[in-house]
Design a protein around this ligand. Structure first.
Ligand code: IPM
Ligand code: MG
Length: 368
């Protein structure tokens, strides 16, 4: 059988820096675990704009549709702030999500024991935390029409539309229930059914899917504002959180920070099964391009490496190898390995991006 294929789109800012470490990890699995990937690379975001005048070239889009999984670094940066909206780096990312139809965005927020002191919350609130946010990723206000800035009565009016079909809600809900069955068997769905019709429909459809096929999963509903509050009050009450595109964007940053650093959080964006049975998939860290630390070898590569672990698990059916990689990361953190974002008030010398890669590779070797 042919090797599984990966398209790496490292993007902007620290994207290429953290992706360099992922490439070494991918190489390790080829050398040591006989798990060889055919890796190709291309441009996205500002890097693509600089080369082609668009944040995602059509050829790159076609390649993304063709591979088994896409690994993305990060997009954006101050250099591109004044670009026209239609060619902003983020549009490249949104095009990938939309055209690959990656409707289920999985954002796990897990607290590593060694980092429990880094959270802005009290240690006992987050020690052992293990939440999975399932964010709908291809619809809602990110893509709804009409949209734009128009002139009405000599005044500018900004318009975006929150729009969900029941089919879109249903498939996101199914993804959440399926995941819950493999975890804590609980789903909490979040919307604003108190003020939005799309929220009323969301709640109804989630209930229908639940009653029809997942009655054995514990289901609750929360208004998204209360959900944000509960996430910082008592985050361990949650197992799987199901929510829409915009609320999911906000709630996942909030959940991520519970764990101490945005530099730790991976994500998987999954779509429908392809002809080979694998889901359409893109994996990316939750953090952004971090222009403030770009080029300083300070970035934490762990979120991006954990995103590759998610690829092993969700695209390549290599759960045991994903466990191995996650355990290696847990081990180096327990041993005190820290990049700059993970330095406590006691100080010390942080590891550089590639030094963190070195210790993770050493822990992988030790796992054999
Ligand atoms: C995310 C990011 C993106 C989003 C941006 C970069 C378009 O914040 O993945 O959470 O808003 O979805
Ligand atoms: Mg976001």
């Amino acid at each position: 059988m042919a090797n599984p294929s990966l398209l790496i789109l490292a993007g902007d800012g620290i994207g290429p820096e953290v992706m360099d470490e992922v490439k070494r990890i991918i190489g390790w699995f080829g050398d040591k675990r006989d798990l060889t990937f055919d890796v190709s690379e291309d441009l996205v975001g500002g890097a693509a704009y600089d080369a082609h005048g668009v944040p995602l070239h059509d050829d790159t889009m076609a390649k993304a549709q063709d591979v088994d999984a896409v690994l993305l670094g990060a997009v954006g940066g101050p250099k591109y702030d004044d670009l026209d909206f239609s060619v902003k780096p983020e549009r490249g990312l949104l095009r990938l999500r939309k055209e690959m139809d990656l409707f289920a965005n999985l954002r796990p927020a897990q607290c590593f024991d060694a980092l429990a002191d880094f959270s802005s919350l009290k240690k006992e609130l987050i020690a052992g935390l293990d939440i999975m946010i399932v964010r709908e990723l291809t619809s809602g206000v990110y893509f709804g029409e009409p949209r734009g800035i128009h002139i009405e009565n000599n005044m500018r009016v900004g318009i975006n539309t929150q729009r969900y079909t029941e089919a879109e809600i249903e498939r996101a809900a199914r993804a959440a229930f399926e995941l819950a069955k493999k975890r804590g068997n609980k789903v909490c769905s979040m919307e604003k059914a108190n003020v939005m019709e799309s929220g009323i429909l969301w709640r109804d459809v989630v209930n229908e899917v639940h009653q029809a096929d997942y009655a054995d999963v514990e289901l609750s509903h929360m208004y998204a504002d209360n959900g944000a509050m509960q996430l910082v009050r008592a985050p361990k009450q949650f197992d799987v959180i199901l929510t829409d595109n915009l609320f999911g964007d906000i709630l996942s940053d909030c959940a991520a920070m519970l764990t101490g650093s945005l530099g730790m959080l991976p994500s998987a964006s999954l779509g429908l099964p392809m002809a080979n049975g694998r889901p359409k998939a893109m994996y990316e860290p939750v953090h952004g391009s971090a222009p403030d630390i770009t080029g300083q070898a300070k970035a934490n590569p762990i979120a991006c490496i954990l995103s590759f672990a998610m690829a092993l698990r969700y695209s390549f059916d290599q759960g045991a190898e994903a466990d191995r990689l996650e355990a290696a990361i847990e081990k180096v953190l327990a041993d005190g390995a820290r990049t700059a974002d993970l330095m406590g008030p006691e100080g010390g010398t942080p590891l550089s991006t590639s030094e963190m890669g070195d210790v993770i590779l050493a822990a992988l070797d030790a796992s054999l």
